[in-house]
Write a protein that binds this ligand. Structure first.
Ligand code: ZN
Length: 369
């Protein structure tokens, strides 16, 4: 990078540091590894985040230890908290017997639901839990990692968010058998031992409350084992969860996440996925904050999905390319903070336009005064 440009960034950083403390509301961003990333590009990206008063980066390099170590080192140098974000259950190349089996008896390894990459592991399998504990513990052992961040820590969506129905040509008022897991011999047998119910003999398993609870408990047990492994390294755990937990997380992906021993929640309150307006972010954040408060009171960082091509939002039909415009971002941020969110998380760093950053900083300034 040219020295002059570096100097300019330095000045901007200094100026940003003198602004009144928008840092009272911690802001995080999610960012993915990609192959064009280098130490220099990370330095540039992370420095810009600091000028926008961002507190920390949630960085996804999976379980690629060298990439995590590089990003974490640069993040710490730039003064950012580092969350090593890594998907748990969605894995491409584990032992083929570790994958979940759907209600039709099909393995997610051979016939994943919805899309080819939905190859999801069985959280009831002790070998899966052990392997995940090992992976996250290795990540936690990297000195500059502050948190490991659990993502895809759930079953496949047995019901998709309503905004995705059209995309996949599905209407999902009820559970979708090809994405209903796990009916492997071990799960079926363990459930029968616990409850006396042979779930394969039940005509509509979605009506069996104990069966839903069994799956929620499998995820909770797996999460809490990972938390113990990470805490043993003196590090903390954050988790990317579905909104709720009652409203969506439990029903859609078996996340009873208020029972988890994690240290921070980053619920993905992506209103456009649920065909809801920005005002919904405040509503759902309130449920999350109140649920957590009744348990252990961990902080909730309301996760917001940003529309990069926001001027063209009216023409975007796929929620995965939609999200909040700058004006909607103002409303979502205010709603989340009023509902008691400790802070915010933005998906993603790359989607934030100058107009979004301006809307964010103005809203936070107003919040403080
Ligand atoms: Zn199973």
């Amino acid at each position: 990078m040219k020295p002059f440009f570096l100097f300019l960034i330095y000045l901007l950083g200094g100026w940003a540091a003198m602004l009144p403390a928008a840092a009272d509301v911690p802001v995080y961003v999610w960012q993915h590894w990609n192959d064009s990333i280098s130490e220099e590009s990370l330095e540039r990206d992370f420095h810009i985040l600091r000028t926008h008063q961002v507190k920390g980066v949630c960085f996804n390099a999976g379980f690629q230890m060298e990439r995590i170590a590089l990003a974490a080192r640069v993040a710490k140098r730039e003064g950012l908290e580092f969350h090593a974000w890594a998907p748990a259950m969605m894995q491409p190349d584990c032992d083929s017997t570790w994958y979940a089996v759907n209600r039709h008896g099909e393995s997610a390894y051979r016939r994943p639901a919805y899309v080819p990459y939905y190859t999801t592991l069985d959280p009831h399998n002790p070998q899966v839990v052990h392997w995940l504990c090992e992976q996250y513990a290795r990540v936690a052992a990297i000195p500059e990692v502050d948190y490991v961040q659990l993502d895809y820590i759930r079953y496949a969506d047995v019901i998709l968010a309503e905004g995705l129905w059209k995309k996949y040509g599905l209407v999902m008022h009820e559970e979708y058998p090809p994405a209903d897991y796990c009916y492997c011999d071990d799960c079926v047998e363990d459930f029968r031992r616990q409850t006396g119910i042979d779930i394969r003999a039940v005509s509509d398993p979605s009506k069996v409350q104990e069966w839903a609870q069994f799956r929620c408990d499998n995820v909770t047990r797996c999460v809490n084992a990972i938390c113990a492994a990470v805490h043993a390294q003196g590090k903390r755990v954050s988790a990317d969860v579905f909104p709720g937990p009652k409203r969506h997380a439990e029903r859609m992906v078996r996340q009873q996440w208020d029972r988890w021993h994690v240290d921070a929640y980053f619920p993905m309150n992506y209103n456009d996925f649920y065909l809801r307006p920005a005002s919904w972010v405040g509503e759902v954040t309130r449920e999350e904050v109140e649920t957590v408060r009744a348990r252990w009171g961990q902080p909730v960082y309301s996760g917001l999905f940003i529309c990069r091509d926001w001027r063209n939002k009216a023409n975007v039909v796929d929620p995965e390319n939609s999200g909040l415009t700058p004006d909607e971002l103002r409303e979502a941020v205010e709603g989340a903070l009023r509902a008691g969110a400790r802070g915010l998380s933005l998906f993603s760093a790359e989607s934030m336009t100058p107009e979004h950053w301006k809307a964010l900083s103005e809203t936070l300034e107003r919040w403080h005064h």
